[in-house]
Design a protein around this ligand. Sequence first.
Ligand SMILES: Cc1cc2nc3c(=O)[nH]c(=O)nc-3n(C[C@H](O)[C@H](O)[C@H](O)COP(=O)(O)OP(=O)(O)OC[C@H]3O[C@@H](n4cnc5c(N)ncnc54)[C@H](O)[C@@H]3O)c2cc1C
Length: 272
Amino acid sequence: MDTWQNYLESYLLEQIEQHDDIEVRWGNKVVDLDDHKDHVTLSIQTPEGEYQHTSNWVVAADGGRSFIRSHLNLKMEGDSYEGRFVIADIRIKLDYPTERLAFFSPDWNPNNTILMHREPDDIWRFDYQLDPTVTPEEALKPENLKKAVADQLKMIGKDHLEWQLDWSTVYSARALTLPDFVHNRIIFVGDAAHLLPIFGVRGANTGFQDAFDLSWKLSLMAGVIKTCYKAIVPIGCKPPKKSVPKRESQRALCRRLAMAIRFCAMRYCHYH
Ligand SMILES: Cc1cc2nc3c(=O)[nH]c(=O)nc-3n(C[C@H](O)[C@H](O)[C@H](O)COP(=O)(O)OP(=O)(O)OC[C@H]3O[C@@H](n4cnc5c(N)ncnc54)[C@H](O)[C@@H]3O)c2cc1C
């Protein structure tokens, strides 16, 4: 299934809007943070000024150039590959089936490959390898993009069709990961935690897996903390006269722990 990320994000927002306990704060940028033992204080910049927010846990989902990762001076490990690729999304009516087309060493781009595939709304993605001597800035100049697309369309006999450029970028493949995603109360997910080569189309997919994985684990932690708090506090304090006997409280704690684990495990199975 091919779904654009901007569609995906709008579907996620639709879901979020149905949950009163989730608040989206647009235009809020984390510019500083203090990681205390049991909580984190974030400094957040907004158009109206800066404010501080204190949280028990922070999920760092701030992308491949993660500010939080740099701020904590965490280094990713792995490889960055040299090859650079251009993406040119163009709007055009092509009657090809919805499958990926690959062209190897075409005359207009010898020794390199070009991929074409359909996206929603009559957009076709042209994805071609860049000659190592050409800089990304040079490749993204409108005249150079136009020439590359025109050459490819000519090669496949479609140069009589009208088209417009919708979006373009240059990317390179990286296989990098943080050795550890959890740093005290800060948990890294998505591109902030790992960068996967684009060829497997797994970047966003693994971000979703992180979110599913984390949701049941945090939920388990919250459940355990809450359960322990409720059950343990009466044991630690001097029991009021008609309190539940100690053994009963411990049994209740175990039962609640088991229920929390079962509940989270069920959610985990459901998601996977
Ligand atoms: C050309 C291309 C094609 C791709 N195709 C696919 C594909 O087909 N399938 C797939 O699974 N993946 C694909 N990927 C990878 C995918 O886009 C990424 O893995 C995914 O977007 C990562 O999501 P993320 O939420 O971790 O980070 P991002 O999408 O980068 O989101 C990070 C968010 O954090 C915000 N942010 C950053 N800094 C701060 C700060 N200091 N304070 C507050 N907010 C901040 C940003 O504004 C942004 O909203 C592709 C990537 C590229 C470049």
